[in-house]
Design a protein around this ligand. Structure first.
Ligand SMILES: *Cc1c(COP(=O)(O)O)cnc(C)c1O
Length: 410
């Protein structure tokens, strides 16, 4: 491929790995050929500090047109008043949201990690937990779901400047309207982080927070199936604060090749086939959860409303780390994950997290999910059996030969 043989060799092995295994990490997806071509295009050669018509370098006519197109597509897809498409990724998008509405030292409320939140929602070693005063929302111990009355009570006590609400491992829909009411009651801003579910929102398979939130942040590379990057939507009255927080508050020049790829991805997401994709992602996750439950595993909170689930492995007497390692040897790639109120330590928690965005991009439907569930359980029932792992890995490799490696965009 390239003249650089050392890099080529590694690249070739990664191409083969991605083709050969069931990729079940819920934050990953498969970009289309169009999105990847945009990332490698000549916009990567150009600086564009500033915003359309307000740049700090010359030669911007195409950058301006491109950025405005990406913004217009984002606003149309999500029903938003303003879009900032320059965030390098989800974490800096979240940093910009904080900077737009609060000052260091202000109180913030977000979900704890074991309850499904992200480290940028106030985790102690992250900037969000160091610069601001974090207060953690946890799911209830029995139901493993959010209790909105308790959250309202906590908000009345804490009086946060910001409710920062989003999930990486909470499988139930969030009640954005209720969060708006809670924020209004205590005079807080509501920021919602839909990094994981953005594509499902576009597909109508998950509620859209845009009517309720002051600011909505997201990544573009998860269910939205765009380039690695971030995006921020907000009300017009916060547009200037958000834009200033991104540049010059946090970043210098935007990655215009990434902005081009985002525009392409948003164009793909506006097509009917993407709606079908997002709906199928959720159907597949629900189907997988049902099969796993039937085969003796417990899904945290009892099931899923979205693209992912956390599986409690204690019934199989295997910890998450051992399970994730055994599954990888068998051609199934996922991540170990804590369950709410996990009795085991973070490096060896009680669960794994499974998602369906990649498999659905390869064309998997309900029939395939039944097979996936049986492969997973076969390995978890006998996690030390190296022979079984090797046999399963080759079975999966052969099976995957019949599925496209890139999503079909029609
Ligand atoms: C993935 C994720 C992020 C961070 O995105 P990066 O692009 O990895 O920085 C932020 N918030 C949530 C809820 C996420 O799931």
């Amino acid at each position: 491929m390239w003249k650089d043989e050392e890099v080529s060799a590694i690249y070739g092995r990664e191409v083969a790995r991605q083709q050969r295994v069931l990729r079940m990490i819920p934050s990953e997806n498969i970009m289309s050929e169009g999105v990847r071509a945009a990332l490698g295009g000549v916009f990567c050669n150009k600086y564009a500090e500033g915003y359309p018509s307000k740049r700090y370098y010359q030669g911007q006519e195409n950058n301006d047109a491109l950025e405005r197109l990406a913004q217009a597509r984002a606003c149309a897809l999500f029903g938003a008043e303003h879009a900032n498409v320059q965030s390098y990724s989800g974490s800096p998008a979240n940093m910009a949201a904080y900077m737009a509405v609060c000052e260091p030292g202000d109180r913030i409320m977000g979900l704890g990690l074991n309850s499904g939140g992200h480290l940028t929602h106030g985790w102690k070693v992250n900037f969000s937990g160091k610069l601001y005063e974090p207060h953690r929302i946890e799911v209830e111990e029995g139901t493993e779901r959010l209790n909105y009355d308790k959250i309202a009570e906590m908000a009345r006590e804490v009086k946060p400047k910001v409710l920062f609400i989003g999930t990486t491992s909470y499988s139930r829909v969030l009640d954005f309207k209720r969060f708006r009411e809670i924020a209004d009651e205590v005079g807080a801003y509501l920021v919602t982080d839909i990094a994981h579910v953005a594509g499902l929102v576009v597909a109508g398979a998950y509620p859209n927070p845009v009517p309720y939130a002051d600011i909505v942040t997201m990544t573009s590379h998860k269910t939205l199936r765009g380039p690695r990057g971030g995006m921020i939507l907000c009300r017009e009255k916060l547009a200037q604060a958000v834009d200033r927080a991104v540049f010059p508050g946090i970043q210098g020049g935007p990655h215009m090749n990434q902005v081009m790829a985002l525009a392409v991805a948003l164009g793909e997401a506006a097509r009917p086939s993407f709606r079908a994709y997002g709906q199928q992602v959720v159907k597949n996750a629900q189907c997988l959860a049902d099969h796993l439950t039937r085969l003796g595993l417990r899904i945290v909170s009892g099931g899923t409303d979205c693209h992912m689930m956390v599986v409690d492995l204690r019934a199989k007497n295997v910890d998450g780390k051992t399970a994730a390692t055994a599954l990888e040897k068998s051609g199934i790639v996922c991540n170990f994950n804590a369950i709410p109120y996990d009795p085991n330590p973070p490096r060896r928690p009680s669960g794994i997290r499974l998602g369906t965005p990649c498999l659905t991009s390869r064309g998997f439907k309900e029939d395939e999910m039944a097979k996936v569930a049986s492969w997973i359980v076969r390995i978890l029932d006998d996690p030390e059996n190296a022979e079984l792992q090797a046999k399963t890995a080759s079975e999966i490799e052969a099976f995957l030969k019949n599925y496209p490696v890139s999503p079909v965009i029609d």
